[in-house]
Design a protein around this ligand. Structure first.
Ligand code: ADP
Length: 450
């Protein structure tokens, strides 16, 4: 078993990983920037090492500082969390070269899935349905046009190295292509240091459905059902639910089997999420995230399994300890992402939290690292809390969500709690009949009516 795990992350996810470690009797090492000296993950960890100044580039992305911290504390494994170095294959490789366990997939799989073109090609090869498109990089408008003609307009130009909803441009007709191509290339070059792009058919009213998997690295891969993450603003998830209101059990079984069979072929290890767009009863692979996801708790709520615990077991070479038939899907869960942002303009709102109260009661979970008196630093992601509720069915889950949104208090900074409260009264949301564009359209209409 592992004795000591270094958690190379911050905020609620660092705390989430710390909690799983403690429940398994594993000691934890927190690393932190100077801006996070008073952070909860630092306070609770068994040991803490300062790895640099506030900017992520010099702290949470500083591989040398993190590896040194692991060395001086004699950690035997590193959990990269979400974001930061979690999908950096070079980091994963260096961790293993030092003889430590990397709590995640192999560097080879991170690399494969980190590039959207190689990921899509591999997806086709292992039997996953993909969005029709170029399936390879395109260079010129003429090339793009040839693919667009094949799949039909509108199309979406996407950055090969894209992530976080950035590096995407839509072209409605051939005339749009040269500009869309240029803009996407520029954005991709600036954001990812790689200006390679490809073309995909733009699905008009899809839902975003993702399947959570866990592999033992020896060919056993199980799935934990799907999550529906269609409520998005600027391609960023706002609220997620599991199971999807749009998927019946036969469809769930079909896609679950397809995904587990595909990933067993590559002997996938640790947690992963296969993301699809879902339209007219068909799934189209868009990407695979080779790490834990922000929204993993809703899956834990409907299955009762601790996904971080599973990651730790696999990293320790103990395997999963269960198979597909042991994974039940029970009831319904929803997660609201609570960001330190204005709930109308979405302007960031870092600063001091003067009042904090987390709701509780049956079926309620709050994953957060904030406390009254804590100052949300301006340097990082704006996510400050995740409110997760579970109910025996979607209706009960929604009633509970409404109740907890009225109970939670985060004072002193603006948060998106009020946005979630407004959503609770909108029939398109409560009925579950929404696609990936609906939230933005509704926000737009709200602005116009105000
Ligand atoms: P990222 O890696 O930046 O998250 P994804 O490929 O996962 O990028 O896409 C993010 C979101 O962009 C999707 O959830 C969806 O809303 C939209 N999107 C991506 N590809 C398409 C497509 N072919 N048609 C329509 N929408 C798309």
């Amino acid at each position: 078993m592992l004795d000591k795990v270094l958690i190379a992350n911050r905020g609620e996810i660092a705390l989430r990983i710390h909690r799983a470690c403690k429940e398994m009797g594993i000691n934890t090492v927190a690393v932190h920037s100077t801006a996070d000296e008073n952070a909860m993950h630092v306070r609770l960890a068994d040991e803490a090492v300062c790895i640099g100044p506030p900017s992520s580039a010099n702290s949470y992305l500083n591989i040398a500082a993190i590896l040194s911290a692991a060395n001086i504390t004699s950690a035997d494994a590193i959990h990269p969390g979400i974001g930061f170095l979690s999908e950096n294959s070079q980091f994963a490789e260096m961790v293993e070269e030092l003889g430590l366990a990397f709590i995640g997939p192999t560097a080879e799989h991170i690399n494969l899935m980190g590039d959207k073109i190689t990921a899509k090609q591999k997806a086709v090869e292992i039997g996953l349905p993909v969005v029709p498109g170029s399936n390879g990089a395109v260079e010129t408008p003429a090339e793009a046009e040839a693919f667009a003609a094949e799949v039909g307009f509108p199309v979406i130009i996407k950055a090969t190295a894209g992530g976080g909803g950035r590096g995407m441009q839509i072209a409605h007709c051939a005339e749009d292509l040269p500009d869309a191509l240029n803009m996407c290339r520029q954005e991709a070059g600036a954001a990812f240091g790689n200006d390679s792009v490809y073309v995909e058919k733009l699905l008009l009213q899809p839902r975003h459905i993702e399947v959570q998997v866990m592999g033992d690295g020896n060919g056993l891969v199980v799935h934990f059902g799907e999550r529906d993450c269609s409520l998005q603003r600027r391609h960023q998830k706002v609220l997620e639910e599991a199971p999807s209101p749009a998927i019946d059990s036969a469809t769930r079984q079909r896609i679950g089997e397809t995904v587990t069979k595909a990933l067993a072929k590559i002997r996938y290890r640790s947690a992963g999420t296969v993301e699809f767009l879902y339209e007219n009863g068909e799934f189209y692979f868009i990407e695979m995230n080779t790490r834990l996801q922000v929204e993993h708790p809703i899956t834990e709520m409907i299955t009762g399994y601790d996904l971080v615990r599973a990651q730790l077991r696999v990293a320790a070479g103990k395997g999963l300890g269960y198979t597909q038939k042991d994974i039940p899907l029970m009831g319904h869960a929803i997660e609201c992402r609570i960001n330190a942002e204005n709930p109308v303009t979405f302007a960031p709102s870092p600063g001091k939290v003067i009042d904090y109260h987390a709701p509780g009661g049956l079926g309620v979970r709050v994953d957060s690292a904030i406390y009254a008196g804590y100052t949300v630093p301006p340097h990082y992601d704006s996510l400050v809390a995740k409110l997760i509720v579970h109910g025996r069915n979607r209706e009960l889950c929604l009633m509970r969500l409404r109740r907890t949104l009225d109970e939670i208090v985060v004072g002193g900074i603006d948060t998106t709690i009020a946005l979630h409260q407004r959503l609770m009264d909108v029939p398109e949301f409560t009925s579950g009949e929404y696609d990936i564009h609906w939230l933005e359209q509704w926000l737009e209409s709200e602005l116009q009516n105000s």
